[in-house]
Design a protein around this ligand. Structure first.
Ligand SMILES: Cc1cc2nc3c(=O)[nH]c(=O)nc-3n(C[C@H](O)[C@H](O)[C@H](O)COP(=O)(O)OP(=O)(O)OC[C@H]3O[C@@H](n4cnc5c(N)ncnc54)[C@H](O)[C@@H]3O)c2cc1C
Length: 626
């Protein structure tokens, strides 16, 4: 039986699939989203957090573009903290602990209420194309076929998944959910390359077996800052849970060293490559053997469960070793494991097969987002799912694809790295990956990306009007402040004394004062009587733009050079075999990755600046020949 009343199909209702499905349906595209288990929509199989360093930036960017993750975490968080507050605004990053069960339920509610969107619990086993490699449909385990114009792959960690806990191996997805064992073949039949990655998670233990008196409580921020630009800060002020800090001991490390041969990671049973930046406790003990202890955070999984997550101790050691290992940690001497730690291996694809729109280069109408592209993390997945969903919609609506470059957002850095660089391990976002960090702050994500969200059909006219108003207010206030000369009054002297700022004797401009590290726009309001009543968000922008003006202007200059270089497009029909003056291995790499721009080509490992020079000359000659 063939079902014909959908235009797009999304395979997966994880963090990527949910964003992709909503982006399509909100563009009026009749969409169906598949998951192997409808009770696992937006499941958080690992840490109970959304956000954190650089990941908080991604969540804000998803929100600025019209995605959903920020709204759902603002409604289901149980603790929230702004990280790196003592450092510069470029690395300020929001991190919120979610009630996992409520997060999944809330996202399911959003999907179920969304017009043009249907959810189906079924395993997709095959993707069909016509002879020109245009997507035409999919098939599910029961044999039913769906005729669609676009498919978005968001299969996460389920393709040919297997879970490893010591010698115990189960051929399931996370939490014992059904794995998807047929789709990999279908992808390979379409000429898509596949490789295997792995990741791991710690055990969950029961609350009544933890001695919190031996740990250091960690508190959320008061007041709480919401993730979404549309959430009223008043709506997120509530009682928060505590998490707890403890640490491993030499005894912990001794137990691990004594049993390394029983770890699938060290016995070679595991084939998949794991994330360097999310190491298992075994890896930490082996790689950082000089460290006497590693931090461990105990975090509640939610308000309606007594399961606690042991952050910092993911493992695939056998369960008996896990029990012995966890019980060496102060406060966990009598801990009882509710769910054991395990590693999961799964099929995913090298991202270089994708364009920056996340469409496959060789299969038209097939898009891909999330862990399947070689990334790791809920936020990285949601960001890609959103872009893949937007561009599947743009394709069906015959509109230009929406792409984000490295100067516009962390999403741009994420996708550019995934589709350009060789992926030898799961890719986790970090602030150090972004060149233009000061411009790509989490606090200005709306100013950077709202317009793209509007082009993508996900941001309303009202939201755009609010953006224009905000931009106007920021611009006007910066202009007003830059014209103010401040007299040296007792009040000013008092402010500066309290801040420990060097006293002044003669008049000074407000700008000069704001630029002093120990002073800020807000602190100087008592000596600025004509100051308009502005929102916290606008005041923050005024403060940052004045305080870091020099650095911002420098990055703006670098960005305009980068943008110019981006305009140097590489013709899709280039034959690198004809570019004779480039080394063979460089030609092979270029032919393999098929970069879209000179900038992208210059980022490929092993491509030298002289290769790029030769390539630019060759492309120019192509132009003069045609
Ligand atoms: C054990 C474990 C440990 C992890 N550890 C970390 C970590 O330490 N750090 C970190 O950042 N991230 C970690 N993660 C990863 C994190 O969970 C993922 O990054 C995130 O969930 C990926 O989101 P996604 O939407 O790409 O895929 P997923 O959340 O995996 O969702 C995939 C969806 O696809 C569906 N699906 C798959 N195949 C089919 C099919 N053929 N037909 C129908 N439906 C299908 C599934 O039902 C599911 O709904 C871990 C994940 C697991 C399982």
């Amino acid at each position: 039986m063939i079902i014909e009343n959908y235009e797009a199909a999304v395979i997966g209702a994880g963090h990527a699939g949910c964003e992709a499905a909503l982006a399509l349906a909100r563009n009026g595209i009749k969409t169906i989203v598949f998951t192997v288990s409808i009770n696992s929509i937006a499941l958080m199989p690992c840490n109970p957090n959304i956000g954190g360093s650089s990941k908080g930036h991604l969540v804000r960017e998803i929100d600025a573009l019209g995605g959903e993750m920020a709204h759902v975490i603002d409604r289901t968080f149980i603790q929230s903290k702004m990280l790196n507050k003592s450092k510069g605004p470029a690395v300020h990053s929001l991190r919120a602990q979610a009630d996992k069960a409520e997060y999944s339920k809330e996202m399911r509610r959003v999907l179920e209420r969304q017009e043009n969107l249907d959810i189906k619990q079924a395993e997709v086993t095959e993707i069909f194309t016509d002879d020109e490699k245009n997507v035409t449909g999919i098939k599910i385990r029961t044999g039913i076929e769906y005729k669609v114009k676009a498919v978005v792959l968001c299969t996460g960690v389920y393709l040919k998944a297997r879970c490893l806990c010591g010698e115990a191996i189960t051929y399931t997805g996370p939490n014992g959910l059904q794995a998807a064992n047929s789709l990999s073949e279908s992808l390979m039949n379409l000429g898509i390359k596949i490789h295997r990655f792995k990741t791991g998670t710690p055990a969950r233990i029961s609350e009544d077996s933890i001695d919190f008196s031996k740990m250091v409580p960690q508190y959320g921020d008061v007041p709480v800052v919401p993730f979404s630009f549309s959430t009223d800060p008043e709506d997120v002020q509530k009682e928060q849970v505590k998490s707890y800090l403890t640490h491993t001991t030499e005894k912990t490390h001794e137990v691990i060293r004594r049993n390394l041969d029983r770890s699938p990671m060290y016995s070679g049973v595991i084939e998949g490559v794991g994330p360097r930046y999310c190491p298992s406790i075994e890896d930490k003990v082996v790689k950082f053997s000089d460290k006497e202890s590693h931090q461990v955070f105990l975090e509640p999984e939610g308000l309606s469960t007594d399961e606690w997550y042991i952050d910092g101790m993911s493992s695939s050691l056998p369960e008996d070793v896990q029990t012995e290992m966890y019980r060496t940690v102060p406060g966990l001497e009598n801990c009882r494991i509710v769910r054991n730690a395990y590693a999961i291996e799964y099929d995913c694809i090298p991202g270089k097969q994708l364009k920056h729109s996340l469409e496959f280069k060789d299969v038209h109408g097939l898009f891909s987002g999330g862990q399947i592209n070689g990334s790791s993390g809920y936020e990285e997945a949601a960001a890609q799912g959103l872009i893949a969903g937007i561009n599947a919609a743009m394709m069906i609506l015959s509109k230009e694809a929406i792409t984000i470059d490295r100067s516009e957002g962390y999403i741009g850095v994420l996708i550019d790295d995934l589709v350009t660089k060789e992926s030898s391990e799961p890719y986790r976002m970090m602030t150090s990956r972004a060149e233009y960090r000061l411009m790509l702050r989490q606090d200005n994500a709306d100013l950077r990306l709202r317009r793209k969200g509007f082009e993508a059909g996900l941001i309303s006219k009202e939201q755009m009007d609010a953006l224009f108003e905000k931009e106007e207010s920021i611009k006007n206030e910066i202009e007003r402040v830059s014209g103010i000369n401040v007299k040296v009054t007792d009040e000013l002297k008092e402010i500066m004394k309290r801040a420990g700022s060097t006293a002044i004797s003669t008049g000074v401009t407000m700008e000069e004062l704001i630029r002093r590290p120990e002073l800020s726009y807000d602190m100087l309001s008592p000596v600025d009587p004509n100051r308009p009543d502005l929102s916290k968000e606008i005041r923050e922008q005024v403060n940052i733009n004045i305080k870091y003006r020099g650095y911002i202007e420098r990055e703006e200059r670098q960005i305009s050079q980068y943008k110019k270089a981006l305009e140097q497009i590489i013709p899709v029909n280039i034959n690198y075999d004809n570019v004779s003056n480039i080394r063979i291995e460089a030609r092979q790499k270029l032919a393999d990755i098929r970069p879209e721009t000179i900038v992208q080509a210059s980022m490929i490992q092993g491509i030298s600046p002289s290769d790029i020079q030769v390539l630019m000359v060759y492309i120019k000659s192509m132009g003069s020949r045609s």
